[in-house]
Design a protein around this ligand. Structure first.
Ligand SMILES: [Zn+2]
Length: 212
């Protein structure tokens, strides 16, 4: 799990570190999955090869285009951007044109991170459902896809959220709880490994293998 590829706080990983990490994955034989491949692996319990990882970037920051995308292209790695569909007019976020351009390159795909990035826990069922369905519809129509994954803002969800996920047509949901996602977890609360700035490659390697 990444967010912004820049520097300044614990949620931002500098481009130089992101490049080192993507180069590590490439040189160590990892396959970076698309969202479709990750869904298939989780659903069927079958993996395309032993060393796999699903790179996710939350919040659809503009630097995913200016900093992450060139690195992904150069290192031939793939990532999923969890897109906030109501933020396309904000200066520091990706527009629809950005998303379409990036998707066409084949190294990035897009899943939902809701419309307004509100804490779903604090919303009524109907408002949660609206955040989930509207963002899915926007992505489905504008990017010509069947969006299968919802990423919870701040990783927070409740029992109603899971019901809304299903009603909205999502197959999997991503939380921010730490751990390697597996096909035996609840599909609506998949864990993720957080990459933090300044992390050594040894620690990064530990995130991939689950070593403590
Ligand atoms: Zn977020």
């Amino acid at each position: 799990m990444y967010h912004s590829i820049s520097s300044g706080n614990q949620l931002r990983v500098p481009a130089s570190e992101f490049r080192t990490q993507m180069t590590y994955l490439k040189s160590h034989g990892y396959r970076t999955l698309t969202a479709d491949e990750a869904v298939y692996a989780l659903k069927t319990h079958r993996v395309p090869q032993q060393k796999i990882v699903w790179i996710t970037l939350d919040d659809s920051y503009k630097d995913n285009l200016t900093a992450a995308w060139p690195i992904l292209k150069q290192t031939n790695q793939h990532a999923t951007i969890n897109f906030i569909t109501g933020f396309t007019n904000k200066k520091n976020h990706l527009t629809l044109a950005d998303a379409q351009r990036m998707k066409a390159s084949g190294v990035v795909d897009f899943q939902s991170h809701t419309v307004r990035h509100l804490d779903l826990n604090n919303l009524t069922y109907q408002v949660q459902l609206s955040e989930l369905t509207s963002s899915k519809k926007w992505l489905d129509q504008n990017l010509h896809q069947k969006t299968a994954v919802i990423c919870y803002p701040a990783g927070r969800a409740n029992q109603q959220t899971i019901r809304a996920d299903q009603q909205a047509g999502y197959q999997y949901a991503l939380s921010t709880a730490p751990g390697i996602a597996t096909s035996t977890q609840s599909p609506y609360n998949l864990t993720r490994q957080r990459v933090t700035p300044g992390m050594s490659l040894t620690v990064f390697e530990g995130l991939l293998t689950g070593a403590k």
